[in-house]
Design a protein around this ligand. Structure first.
Ligand code: GLU
Ligand code: ZN
Length: 295
């Protein structure tokens, strides 16, 4: 891993892993795609560790993420940022929203609401005190549409499809939606490349960015790497941790999965350089099944 100090550029991308488990092959695909897309546009590429959800953090995963960045020889354009060091900024964002009465305290428990139900605004007008309660942001009956670079147009109605959503949990943990919007804005991120499991979160994030007067970003949601059982690679589905002794082979296979031209085995930094010169998002397939390899 090396850090460049260059001038701001028009394209600023990022890779933002949550350290809830070691990186797996699906994470590598996301990292490689966001890196090649940024660098092929003469952009900058940042890494942010999304470690706000303390109970879900797996302590061994942060050294594994750092070792992967080293072994795969990604070049970073700024030092790595850790969300746990930025809690004050998330507090400030909540304060800003409180002052505009765009958020409210919610006392509903997960048990009361059921896991998948859309929140019906039960506490919206109860004027509950904020202490010891979750903080929810209000949405309205507005349809948010964005043009995803791979998935095409994607629209969701905030009220009917999503509902008011939590920014700060009752246990004091900031929700991913808030931290990601605050950090993307403060880091000047212009383009987000990530897995399509996050597609449905994007309308929430666009809405929140609007409320915080932050710019709207460009989005590219990658097809998910699926295992032979048709499940996405994830810690829950026991995806293998990336084997740090196999970086060139893994990189070669990640580029293959992304539909990019074949790259000979070499040092990862040289493979990445070549991948950037050949990079074309038109080649990225609509679906990715790994058939047993690196699952
Ligand atoms: N931290 C999120 C994850 O690992 C990704 C956030 C993002 O790219 O917006 O799933
Ligand atoms: Zn409530």
């Amino acid at each position: 891993m090396s850090v460049n100090n260059t001038q701001p550029s028009l394209y600023r991308g990022r890779f933002a892993p949550s350290p809830t488990g070691p990186l797996h092959f699906g994470s590598l695909i996301t990292a490689v795609a966001s890196y090649c897309e940024a660098k092929s546009k003469q952009g900058q590429w940042f890494v942010r560790i999304e470690d706000t959800d303390i109970p879900r953090i797996d302590p061994v995963s942060i050294p594994h993420i750092l070792a992967c960045l080293d072994q795969f020889e990604f070049e970073l354009d700024a030092p790595i940022l850790y969300q746990k060091d930025r809690l004050d900024l998330y507090h400030q964002a909540i304060e800003q929203l409180k002052q505009q009465q765009l958020v409210y305290a919610c006392q509903c428990t997960r048990k009361m609401l059921g896991s998948n139900a859309i929140y019906q605004g039960h506490c919206r007008n109860l004027q509950l005190d904020f202490s010891q309660q979750a903080v929810r942001v209000k949405v309205n009956d507005q349809t948010i549409c964005f043009q995803d670079q791979l998935q095409g147009q994607h629209c969701s109605n905030l009220q009917h499809d999503l509902g008011d959503f939590v920014l700060l949990r009752r246990d004091g943990i900031f929700n991913y939606q808030l931290a990601v919007v605050v950090d993307d804005a403060l880091q000047g991120i212009t383009h987000v490349v990530r897995g399509s499991d996050l597609l449905d979160n994007t309308a929430r994030q666009i809405w929140l960015a609007q409320l915080l007067k932050a710019p709207t970003l460009n989005y590219m949601h990658l097809p998910l790497a699926m295992n032979k059982h048709g499940q996405k690679l994830s810690k829950q589905n026991l995806a293998q941790a990336l084997d740090l002794t196999q970086a060139p082979k893994l990189l070669q296979h990640a580029l293959y999965c992304l539909g990019q031209p074949h790259i000979e085995l070499d040092r990862p930094c040289l493979m990445l350089k070549q991948a950037i010169t050949q990079w074309s998002i038109d080649q990225i397939p609509h679906s990715m099944t790994l058939n047993g390899i690196y699952e």
